[in-house]
Design a protein around this ligand. Structure first.
Ligand code: 9L3
Ligand code: MG
Length: 128
């Protein structure tokens, strides 16, 4: 069952990791996250991730590999993360974000990640 799973992408291009600043909801606004969102009933996690990146950023991405681990979110949701590669398009903040930033390895901790994303980013860096 894919109930209560949120998928996030450690999306890489040219060795840099994409961080997205949330503009909604108010309690998360201003925090940076790995882009993604809720898996729909019956949807594969990897398909949800590709769909979310298309909807939120207007890009086509390829899922590369699962980042081991699962991180708790509000309301019983959990965050699972995959590394992903940009195939086409230039990410734009189309939904729920007001800024995007490509982070070089030495810049990864220069943004204020959401609490759940801190361990997720740490784990993603370990596999990338
Ligand atoms: N969330 C946290 N970190 C992330 C993502 C993609 C999502 N990297 C949280 C924020 C919301 C919930 O999960 O509370 C659902 O995300 P969305 O569908 O609003 O993107
Ligand atoms: Mg989202």
């Amino acid at each position: 069952m894919n109930e209560r799973i949120v998928v996030g992408a450690a999306l890489y291009d040219d060795g840099r990791l994409l961080a997205a600043r949330r503009s909604a909801p108010p309690e998360l606004a201003g925090g940076w996250e790995l882009p993604g969102g809720k898996v729909e009933p019956g949807e594969r996690c990897e398909d949800a991730l590709v769909r979310e990146l298309r909807e939120e950023l207007g890009v086509e991405a390829e899922v590369v590999e699962r980042v081991p681990g699962e991180w708790p979110l509000a309301k019983g949701y959990v965050l699972r993360v995959w590394t992903a590669r940009l195939r086409s398009g230039d990410p734009e903040p189309l939904q729920d974000h007001d800024e995007l930033r490509w982070l070089a390895p030495d810049q990864v901790w220069s943004v204020e990640w959401l609490a759940a994303d801190v361990p997720a980013v740490t784990a993603a860096l370990a596999v990338a």
